[in-house]
Design a protein around this ligand. Structure first.
Ligand SMILES: Cc1cc2nc3c(=O)[nH]c(=O)nc-3n(C[C@H](O)[C@H](O)[C@H](O)COP(=O)(O)O)c2cc1C
Length: 356
């Protein structure tokens, strides 16, 4: 196994064996819908179907970017793809970096043949990988071979800086992302941007608003902590200590979503980072997200069994539908108008700048 493969395997092992969620709250629990004791609708008619990037989803959910490049990664990707297809949601693959480094790794991402009816399939690549001139042509080639609907570029400067082998030169990457955006658009494929757990600040959101990607994912603070994971991987005490100092660095998921709604209105936002229930998802949708995504709990369920993964995804969908029922919301449009209160007990206005 090469270095990238070993790193990917380490990440999965640590996520399965260790506590990698930090104590900081993503913020979803600070919001409370008004309970509708007389909803005047039937639970069976609640319908959370939506469109994202022009694709029809049975409900607004994506399995978050996780892995690829190894045999174990292929097994996980296949399970996640089959699970997502069965419940009519979308999937984001893990970073395609292993396939850029070794063509034989591409097969571990090739999920279309196990889940041909998956409604939305997105690839993923680190911004730091874009530093190599001409790389966009190779990335585009991978997207076409895997029959992807688009790609999400992840921004992870903190994680890279904490990795002994990580990329430390982040100069010039804004223009490289803009070039990839143009190349993807030429082929009719979407480009998204995401963090990996430190969230999006107001100033980064402003830059994203100017770039106008097709999608943005918050991946805010409050879920999986990459500082914690890299600290646990660190070969020395200094590395562990520095990583611990940054375990709660960044913007909680709710704050990231608010920044994006303000500074990048009209760009569909996927809420992620510590999203753990269908009620969290309902709150995120009410606050202006177009969909939600989850990573760590899906990984743990998929490793347990295919049935455990299906059960978790069904539970999430049911929780969303129940939140819709007890707010009297037949559709996601109704849910976005449902009264909700923030941390100070004050009503939150309807989301502006919302986009599907
Ligand atoms: C095992 C694992 C591997 C991940 N690999 C990637 C990756 O390759 N690319 C990426 O953008 N995000 C990656 N992530 C980050 C997730 O997509 C997500 O943004 C983050 O974990 C926050 O969501 P969570 O709190 O639900 O886990 C990974 C997460 C996990 C748990």
């Amino acid at each position: 196994m090469d270095d990238t493969g070993r790193r990917k395997s380490d990440h999965i092992r640590i996520c399965l064996e260790e506590e990698v969620e930090v104590g900081r709250d993503p913020g979803w629990a600070d919001y409370r819908f008004d309970h509708q004791a007389l909803p005047e609708i039937k639970l069976d008619e609640v319908n959370p179907a939506t469109e994202l990037l022009g694709r029809r989803l049975a409900w607004p959910f994506l399995t978050g970017a996780m892995t690829g490049g190894t045999k174990q990664a292929w097994q996980l990707n296949a399970l996640l793809a089959v699970g997502a297809e069965a419940c009519g949601c979308g999937m984001v693959l893990g970073s395609l970096r292993p396939a850029l480094e070794d063509a034989s790794a591409l097969a571990s991402f090739d999920v279309r043949h196990v889940a041909p009816c998956l409604p939305l399939l997105l690839g993923n690549i680190g911004a730091a990988q874009l530093a190599v001139a001409g790389i966009e042509t190779r990335i585009l080639g991978l997207c076409l071979r895997l029959r992807l609907d688009g790609i999400i570029v992840h921004l992870n400067p903190l994680q890279e800086a904490l990795q002994p082998e990580g990329d430390r030169d982040w100069r010039g990457l804004r223009s490289r992302i803009a070039e990839l955006r143009i190349a993807m658009a030429r082929e009719g494929m979407a480009l998204g941007i995401k963090e990996v757990g430190s969230g999006i600040s107001r100033s980064t959101a402003r830059w994203i608003g100017g770039l106008r990607p097709d999608l943005v994912e918050t991946a805010g603070l409050g879920g999986t902590s990459w500082a914690r994971i890299e600290g646990l991987r660190s070969p020395d005490d200094t590395g562990s200590r520095v990583a611990r100092t940054f375990e709660t660095w960044g913007h909680p998921s709710v704050e990231s979503l608010a920044s994006l709604r303000k500074a990048a209105p009209g760009i569909p936002a996927v809420a992620s980072g510590g999203l753990r229930t269908g009620l969290d998802l309902a709150i995120a949708l009410r606050l202006g997200a177009s969909a939600g995504a989850m990573a760590l709990p899906l990984l743990r369920a998929a490793v347990a069994s295919e049935a455990a993964l299906a059960s978790l995804m069904n539970a999430l969908r049911k929780e969303l539908c129940l939140a819709m029922f007890v707010t009297g919301s037949r559709t996601l449009g109704d849910l976005r108008r449902a009264p909700i209160r923030g941390p100070d007990g004050k009503r939150i206005p309807f989301p502006r700048g919302f986009a599907a």
